[in-house]
Design a protein around this ligand. Structure first.
Ligand code: SF4
Length: 164
């Protein structure tokens, strides 16, 4: 971990992990296999509309424990990509960045071009992988979810056809 990772962990902890509330991160088949190998019980997965991690009664992701993500090393693609998020339109992936009003990390990322570039690259790679590996029907369900308080920052080509 470098100094930025330490700072980011602190900022997220101070924020209270708000992005883990009602996050419902989508899960590819491969991610489900990884979670199972890690020992996550199958009832942590909610299969309604699309496969995702379920939430607890308080709205937090089932993997959020003691003020942090309990599966940091194997967390889903959209969690790795944050505070970047995405949409798919006209055969392209649109990359969005959350606004500072909903994510305190954003101000720090914008102030450090090296950190921005690193996180942006990581986000694009993970979002591309996710889009490629999700069944088309599940992807359509995910794209219906409104994500207010975000701004479009880039558009990247789809790396291949969307899975049938
Ligand atoms: S997997 Fe981890 S980072 Fe992602 S929403 Fe759940 S607790 Fe948060």
């Amino acid at each position: 971990m470098d100094k930025w990772d330490d700072l980011a962990a602190l900022i997220c902890m101070e924020c209270g992990g708000k992005c883990c509330i009602e996050a419902k991160p989508p899960l590819t088949r491969k991610r489900i296999e990884t979670l199972c190998e890690f020992g996550c019980p199958h009832d942590t997965i909610d299969s309604r509309h699309y496969k995702k991690l379920r939430t607890n009664g308080d709205g937090y992701c089932v993997m959020y424990h003691e003020h942090r993500c309990s599966i940091h090393g194997i967390k889903p693609e959209t969690c790795i990509a944050g505070p970047f998020t995405f949409d798919v339109r006209n055969n392209a992936i649109e990359i969005y960045l959350k606004k500072e009003s909903i994510c305190p990390l954003v101000r720090y990322i914008k102030e450090r071009s090296d950190v921005y570039e690193r996180q942006y690259t990581l986000a694009c790679a993970n979002i591309s992988t996710l889009v490629q590996h999700l069944p088309a029907q599940e992807l359509q369900e995910i794209l219906r979810i409104d994500e207010p308080e975000t701004e479009k920052v880039a558009e990247i080509p789809l790396m291949g056809p969307i899975k049938a």
